[in-house]
Ligand binder design. Structure first.
Ligand SMILES: *Cc1c(COP(=O)(O)O)cnc(C)c1O
Length: 369
C-alpha cells in the first residue's frame, strides 16, 4: 500500500543529523526555553525574512496567541475562508471573537472578490490561510486590509517557504502563524509552532504570554499560557530547517510529475495562480463520486486522505453559529470533492509510477469544473 504520507522517510533522509542533535540536547541537561529555541527563532526569522520569531507549543497556540496579542476578542469579527482546517477557526473563537466565512477561489484560497461584502463595522481582522501550500493572492488582500484598516493574520501551517511575488508567506500581515506538526513541510517530531512578526511589541507580548504571562520569573503581569517550544523539538527543527529548500524542491518535483503525467478526465488537477508559489504540503485533486474513486484506489494499493471532509461551519463544534448546509456552496462542494494523493519527501519514483498508472486507468464521471 502506498500511503498518503510517510514520515519515516523524512526521518531516515537525515537520520544521522537528527540522532546527533537529539543526543546533544538530551545530554545538555537543559530542556525548556534555552539556546536551541533561541537559535531556531533566529534562523526561522531569517528564513522568512521577518524581524522576529517566537516559538510556541503548536500551530493552534500560535493562532490563539496572535489574536490575543492583537486585542481581538468578544464582539469582534474575523474574516476567514470557509475551506480551512478547523484550527484556523478555533484560533479566532477561543478568543471569543466571531468567524465570518468567505468562499474560496479556484486555487482553494480566500477569494479576494468576495471579501469586501463580508466587512461590517465589527470586522477587526482577516485570517488568510495559504492552503495546501499555495500562497494566497496577497496583492489584492493587502489592499483590502489597508483600505478598511483591518489587521491581517496569516495561517502558514501549510506554507513554510511559499512566496507571493518573491516575498514569503507570513511576512505580509501583522503576524504569521506556523505549525511544525510532524506532517507539515517543516515538521518536528511532536507538537511545535511559532509566530513571526516585524513588530517588536507583538513579539515581546507573545513571549510573555507563552510563559505564564511572565517576563521575569515568578513575576506575572497577566494570565498567560504554557505554550513553550521545547529544546528537543527546536533542535530537531533546526536540522529540518537547514534542509528546507531541498525538502520543498523535492515536493515540487513530485508535483511537477503529477501535473505532467496524470491524465484522466474524471479528475481536476491543482492550479497555481500567477505569482503564487506552491510548496505542495498536499497535492489535492477533485473528483465526483469521490467515495467510489477512493475505494478503487485503495483496492489498487494507493492510499488517499481528505483535507477536509467537514468544513468548520458544518462541524458540531460550530453548530452554535447556526449555519446550515447550502450557506457556503463552493466550500461545501470542495469538501465533497477534494482528495489528497500520496506526496511526501522520500517518495520513490516507482511509487509515483504506480499512483499515476492506477489513477489514469480509472473510469468514472467526467469532472469539468
Ligand atoms: C496543521 C494546521 C493548523 C494547526 O497546527 P497544530 O500544530 O496541529 O496545532 C492550523 N491551521 C492549518 C491550516 C493547519 O494545517
Amino acid at each position: 500500500m502506498i500511503q498518503t504520507n510517510r514520515l519515516d522517510r523524512g526521518f531516515y533522509k537525515y537520520q544521522r543529523e537528527f540522532e546527533d542533535k537529539a543526543l546533544e540536547v538530551l545530554r545538555s541537561g537543559w530542556y525548556i526555553l534555552g539556546s536551541e529555541v533561541s537559535s531556531f527563532e533566529e534562523s526561522f526569522a531569517a528564513y522568512t525574512g521577518a524581524g522576529y520569531c517566537v516559538g510556541v507549543a503548536s500551530g493552534l497556540d500560535a493562532l490563539i496567541l496572535a489574536f490575543r496579542a492583537l486585542g481581538i476578542g468578544k464582539g469582534d469579527e474575523v474574516i476567514v475562508q470557509g475551506n480551512t482546517y478547523i484550527a484556523s477557526v478555533m484560533g479566532i473563537t477561543i478568543n471569543g471573537a466571531t468567524p465570518v466565512f468567505v468562499e474560496p477561489d479556484e486555487y482553494y484560497n480566500m477569494d479576494p472578490e468576495r471579501i469586501e461584502e463580508k466587512i461590517t463595522e465589527r470586522t477587526k481582522a482577516l485570517l488568510v490561510v495559504h492552503l495546501y501550500g499555495q500562497a494566497s493572492d496577497m496583492g489584492r488582500i493587502l489592499k483590502i486590509c489597508r483600505e478598511h484598516s483591518l489587521k491581517l493574520v496569516e495561517d502558514c501551517a501549510q506554507s513554510h517557504g511559499s512566496c507571493f511575488e518573491g516575498k514569503m508567506t507570513g511576512t505580509f500581515g501583522d503576524i504569521g502563524c506556523f505549525s511544525f506538526y510532524p506532517s507539515k513541510n517543516i515538521g518536528a517530531f511532536g507538537d511545535a509552532g511559532a509566530i513571526v512578526t516585524d513588530d517588536e511589541g507583538i513579539a515581546k507580548e507573545i513571549r510573555i504570554l507563552r510563559n505564564y504571562g511572565s517576563e521575569v520569573r515568578y513575576h506575572n503581569k497577566t494570565v498567560g499560557m504554557n505554550s513553550r517550544l521545547d529544546e528537543l523539538q527546536a533542535g530537531l527543527l533546526r536540522v529540518r530547517l537547514s534542509h528546507a529548500a531541498e525538502l520543498n524542491d523535492e515536493k515540487k518535483a513530485i508535483a511537477k510529475r503529477y501535473d505532467k503525467e496524470l491524465d484522466n478526465p474524471c479528475i481536476i488537477l491543482p492550479k497555481v495562480r500567477k505569482g503564487c508559489d506552491h510548496i505542495y504540503h498536499q497535492y489535492v485533486i477533485r473528483v465526483k463520486e469521490r467515495e467510489r474513486f477512493m475505494n478503487y484506489l485503495k483496492e489498487n494499493g494507493v492510499g488517499t486522505l481528505i483535507h477536509y471532509p467537514i468544513p468548520p461551519h458544518l462541524s458540531e463544534a460550530y453548530a452554535y453559529l447556526g449555519m446550515k448546509r447550502g450557506s457556503l456552496e463552493i466550500t461545501e462542494r470542495y469538501a465533497d470533492e477534494v482528495l489528497s494523493i500520496p506526496m511526501y519527501n522520500g517518495m520513490y519514483s516507482e511509487e509515483q509510477d504506480k499512483v499515476i498508472e492506477v489513477i489514469n486507468e480509472y473510469k468514472g464521471p467526467v469532472q469539468d469544473n
